[in-house]
Design a protein around this ligand. Structure first.
Ligand SMILES: [Zn+2]
Length: 88
């Protein structure tokens, strides 16, 4: 089983995490329907490094951005999806 090293909890089994979606910027609330279409329904699906949002739902319950190689499953980077100063 693969392990992810959560920046808050340390190394944890992947089963503690839930995949969210590819990491990308969220459109503004008044963005066009085409921009929201792209954000909600379209995915890049690259072969290689891919930034993804994962939720540590059985740990600290924080959203993380994980850069993972989709060919090898190697984890290249893990960081908080939002820096601590941005959390409400
Ligand atoms: Zn955690």
């Amino acid at each position: 089983m693969q392990q992810f090293t959560c920046p808050y909890c340390g190394p944890r089994d992947q089963s503690e995490f839930t995949y969210g979606r590819e990491a990308t910027s969220v459109p503004a609330l008044d963005a066009s329907a085409a921009e929201w279409q792209r954000f909600v329904y379209e995915r890049d699906n690259p072969a290689g490094p891919h930034a993804e949002w994962w939720h540590h739902n059985h740990g600290c319950r924080q959203w993380l951005e994980i850069v993972r190689d989709t060919l090898t499953h190697e984890v290249l980077a893990i960081r908080a999806a939002r820096p601590p100063e941005d959390r409400g």
